[in-house]
Design a protein around this ligand. Sequence first.
Ligand SMILES: CC(=O)N[C@H]1[C@@H](OP(=O)(O)OP(=O)(O)OC[C@H]2O[C@@H](n3ccc(=O)[nH]c3=O)[C@H](O)[C@@H]2O)O[C@H](CO)[C@@H](O)[C@@H]1O
Ligand SMILES: C=C(OP(=O)(O)O)C(=O)O
Length: 430
Amino acid sequence: MDRIRIVGGNELHGVIPISGAKNAALPLMIASLLTDDTLTLENVPHLADVEQLIRILGNHGADISVNGRRERQGESYARTIHFTSRNIVDTTAPYELVSKMRASFWVIGPLLAREGKARVSLPGGCAIGTRPVDLFIEGLTALGANIEIDGGYVNATAPAGGLIGGRYVFPKVSVGATHVLMMAATLANGTTVLGNAAREPEVVDLAKCLNAMGAKIAGQGTSTITIEGVRSLSGARHRVLPDRIETGTYAMAVAMTGGDVILEDTDAALLDTALEAIRRAGAEISQTNSGIRIVRNGAGIKPVDIVTDPFPGFPTDLQAQFMGLMTKSSGVSHITETIFENRFMHVQELARLGAKISLSGQTAKIEGVSRLKGAPVMATDLRASVSLVIAGLAAEGETMVSRVYHLDRGFERLEEKLTRCGAHVERVSD
Ligand SMILES: CC(=O)N[C@H]1[C@@H](OP(=O)(O)OP(=O)(O)OC[C@H]2O[C@@H](n3ccc(=O)[nH]c3=O)[C@H](O)[C@@H]2O)O[C@H](CO)[C@@H](O)[C@@H]1O
Ligand SMILES: C=C(OP(=O)(O)O)C(=O)O
């Protein structure tokens, strides 16, 4: 099993290209099941989750081809992928495929809308909380679906004439359930109104792509989304938006090590709240012609309190990384996690590096220390893993991160991007 070896102490200087967003690419790929035409996605990141979803879509009958790679610094990245689901050959998404990642459950929306039925295993994904699917079930039921859970599978059927437009107000903001209901409603009879919908940029990106395919969606980016059902959708060409979580992660890495880095191909407007927190921690951040510039020279890291929230709040997917940064602040900071009830698995691993963190309910208290010391640590989930990398970059000596398959789900060529900026990071294959 691969591990990542980091020798800490180097500042980061240079340019880091930001990949397309995993959390946008996955629902966009799933949207291809809504049409018998070809959906072409540009800027798709090369990640374990994308490869797994390619297998899942293939199982439903999608014909998938990859081309148009972009070359940068001698390496190809940002793939263009064509998805064509002329016929759906199987409306079952089996446990073996779906248990590995949460987003694979989302095929339920397009399958139900296009084929009138879907049998999808209850999902897996990062172990960060219980992650139920009640909102998906309630929402699809509001569109006329009949849903039963049996043997670990969600069996859904649409009325004989197809799904029917309806009104559903989410009792709690859910990114995944917003994606699914938006996709399902595009082919429903009549108009659907979703209240308290997620406002995340990835939801807006999906709506933009669906509209390019002929859907009639309005209000994306606000908490009320209206979808007027259409008879069918066509193909389209769409570019996946930049990964705001990867952007924030590298910005925090630079704030941690010190240095001067340009983050290319990304957009500061996607992560205002997180960038503001990094600024308050002592880094200078500016938008330049070539990207977002992060500089920390000399000044120490200041303690900053944050609370995670749905967009436009501080993203839960950057909480672990920010905690990594705060371990070396000059005082006491508090981090409150409001989205997932068990997203503090990184605390005990950061402690191995010398961090001083105590937990009280959903809040972590971090007493900054002046030095961290390298140690063997274990990645417990995707964003937790990268928080250990951030801490390891500033720790004295060697940090060895095991179980990096978590990292490979969401960070494209991480060791290469960091090494080019002067870090000492390498993958060790046993
Ligand atoms: C692939 C992807 O895009 N994953 C992201 C997505 O996950 P995901 O879409 O799974 O997260 P949700 O927004 O649905 O979850 C938010 C909260 O709602 C709860 N909930 C959700 C659905 C449901 O039916 N019932 C219910 O109670 C969840 O347990 C959680 O407490 O948004 C999360 C919140 O920004 C991010 O951390 C994940 O990286
Ligand atoms: C939690 C994440 O992913 P997933 O929802 O697939 O578990 C994530 O991207 O941080």
